[in-house]
Design a protein around this ligand. Structure first.
Ligand SMILES: [Mg+2]
Length: 166
């Protein structure tokens, strides 16, 4: 496979898997709006969408999405070895590797991302609340952190851009 083809396939698959796991671009843009509206009174939703799109176009972000969702699916199907199956399957609080994977996304647009990520992870607004609903029978141990991280990174990107134009 040529490098170009592989790149397209990676992005295409990352976007497809997000959709299949119940996460739309708009859901993530809503999180960005939630994080940024208090700082930018004129904030437009389309700006939030655009910044999410830019984050999703980064290769390291796509790699984190694919890896995290793949692990969630394995856990959901009971395909992991113990003790990992129980740990990931039950979203054990002290596991922490889901957050470490998400940091590779948060990192992309600098350190404001970490503050945003911590905040949104604590508040769990919108889609994050749905992903954390254990009664769904789905496993989103990795995906909730990934989605929060994409929103945090997109917020940082947006904040940096606004700072530059002001
Ligand atoms: Mg998690």
């Amino acid at each position: 496979m040529s490098e170009d083809k592989k790149m397209d396939l990676t992005e295409e698959t990352a976007r497809k898997w997000l959709h299949e796991r119940g996460v739309e671009i708009q859901d993530i843009a809503d999180l960005v709006y939630y994080l940024q509206e208090k700082y930018h009174p004129d904030l437009q939703m389309e700006e939030c969408v655009l910044n999410v799109e830019r984050v999703l176009s980064k290769r390291e972000v796509q790699n984190a999405i694919l890896t995290g969702i793949q692990l969630d699916i394995f856990a959901e199907k009971g395909l992991m070895e113990e003790p990992l199956q129980s740990i990931v399957g039950s979203d054990e609080g002290l596991y922490g590797v889901d957050e470490v994977l998400a940091f590779s996304i948060v990192n992309v647009y600098g350190s404001i991302g970490f503050t945003n990520y911590g905040y949104i992870d604590k508040m769990k607004p919108g889609i994050l609340k749905d992903l954390n609903d254990k009664s769904s029978g789905k496993c989103h141990t990795f995906l909730d952190d990934i989605v929060g991280a994409i929103a945090a990174a997109a917020s940082s990107r947006l904040a940096h851009r606004v700072a530059h134009t002001e």
